[in-house]
Design a protein around this ligand. Structure first.
Ligand SMILES: [Zn+2]
Length: 460
């Protein structure tokens, strides 16, 4: 009898304690408001956190201050990158009538001469759209969205084509209506755009287009006052040392576009990361080291994560990226399929979340996991859901704190805490893909052509 009791205890204790810790990991975020407070402060007290600006540095100081209050030692790691600062740009329609056009200059626009020129419509902006057009010394108007049956044309390519054809500037008509704009970079290298490029509203775009189609030649005035400047920024890092030096990196970019508060993109991810750091710091005896990294300068071209990977990649066994995470629905293995059995069993142990998307494999690029992926480091994201009203103002003026469903942040912290806790304690088979395997993974998921266009294909 004694022997049986002993055996019973031996078998059930680890399971019982795992469940006890899971209960704590899941419930603790719902008993705290710190992650929401953090989000509100970086939105309202800092604001649009373009890397290299006062707002961005302010957000970092809020992070450091709050983390200190919560007993977390956050440190900064400085890096250089090709910075960019928005000037007070001008875009006016002069003829047939004077009207200020709402616009947002694309990242890496350089200062321009005052330009006064006729606007011509080049449809989608592909080279063949210029066959019957003379755009020399004119301003080109193109659609933001490309036709689904044609090869993708990035804004960067449309800018290059228009410039080569002799245009003085380019205007992208937003495909979302309602006065919205779409901020973004004009190229991925951080070099000055060859001509000034602007996102304009759907409504102003349609207005100009109607004039052109009626044979009325609109004359527009453009002056870019933005500047490209070598800049300094910081990644913010909090580490929970494990028994092993090898580390699991959990990251979210804290920078955003300057025109809004960057609440959904990516205040939300930064707040989830804050809550995760707080929750997981309650335990100290992890097998793997866990490193929480608030990456910087993501929006201007993933500069913070690029610098981090250059410096630390040899110790990293896994990267989890939280970019606009939403309400948890599952895990995206990003093509690192060997992790599937672990995640299938981990997710099966957590009832109560709506994990209807389960474990999927849909690799994508152009966020902070990309350079980890290129090194063959298993990279994951959370599959999440959010309503249209939450992401509608993506890269637009309206991405403010009021758009955020705060429950999703808490749910994501609870869910991911269990996932990361399990990975840091129970997983023991992290392996990197070889360069050839990464190349094949990217090819298999049709990411090669996009990366080539961005000049980021490093696998030849
Ligand atoms: Zn983002």
């Amino acid at each position: 009898m004694k022997y049986i009791n002993f055996l019973f205890l031996f078998i059930s204790l680890p399971l019982f304690s795992w469940q006890g810790e899971v209960n704590n990991l899941i419930s603790r975020p719902y008993l705290s408001n710190r992650h929401i407070e953090f989000l509100q402060r970086i939105c309202d007290e800092a604001g649009g956190r373009l890397a290299g600006t006062w707002e961005n540095e302010k957000a970092l100081s809020i992070l450091k201050e709050m983390a200190k209050e919560d007993g977390l030692d956050v440190r900064f790691e400085q890096f250089q990158f090709p910075g960019w600062l928005r000037g007070n740009d001008s875009l006016f329609s002069l003829k047939p009538r004077f009207k200020e056009l709402r616009c947002v200059g694309l990242g890496y626009n350089a200062p321009s001469e005052p330009i006064e020129a006729e606007v011509v419509y080049a449809n989608f902006g592909y080279t063949d759209n210029y066959e019957t057009l003379d755009v020399r010394n004119k301003i080109v108007l193109v659609n933001q969205e490309r036709p689904p049956n044609r090869e993708e044309l990035l804004r960067y390519e449309a800018i290059e084509i228009a410039s080569k054809k002799g245009a003085k500037a380019i205007l992208f008509i937003n495909n979302k209506n309602g006065g919205l704009l779409l901020a973004g970079v004009g190229n991925f290298q951080g070099t000055p755009n060859p001509i000034p490029a602007f996102s304009i509203t759907y409504e102003d775009g349609q207005y100009l287009l109607r004039l052109i189609r009626k044979g009325i030649k609109p004359i527009v005035f453009v002056k870019s006052n933005s500047v490209c400047v070598q800049s300094t920024s910081h990644n913010a890092i909090y580490t929970i040392p494990g028994k092993l030096k090898q580390k699991i990196v959990v990251g979210a970019h804290i920078d955003s576009w300057d025109i809004s508060q960057g609440a959904v993109d990516n205040g939300v991810g930064s707040a989830v990361l804050y809550g995760l750091a707080l929750n997981l710091s309650q335990y100290k005896d992890y097998k793997y080291t866990i490193e929480f990294v608030w990456f910087n300068a993501e929006e201007l071209g993933l500069w913070g994560s690029k610098r981090y990977v250059e410096k630390h990649n040899k110790d990293v066994v896994l990267a989890i990226n939280l970019d606009m995470p939403g309400d948890p629905r599952g895990i995206n293995l990003m093509g690192f399929d060997y992790l599937r059995p672990f995640f299938d069993s981990t997710l099966a142990k957590i009832k109560g979340f709506n994990l209807e998307n389960g474990v999927q494999n849909s690799p994508w690029t152009n966020s902070d996991h990309m350079y980890f992926m290129f090194e063959g480091i298993p990279s994951l994201t959370m599959l999440g859901w959010m309503e249209e009203s939450m992401y509608r103002h993506y890269h637009d003026f309206g991405d403010y704190f009021d758009k955020v469903n705060k429950n999703y942040i808490t749910n994501a912290i609870a869910f991911l805490s269990v996932v990361i806790y399990s990975l840091a304690n129970d997983f023991n088979d992290f392996k990197r893909l070889s360069r050839e395997e990464v190349k094949n993974l990217l090819k298999k998921h049709n990411l090669e052509s996009r990366l080539r266009k961005q000049k980021e294909w490093i696998f030849d």
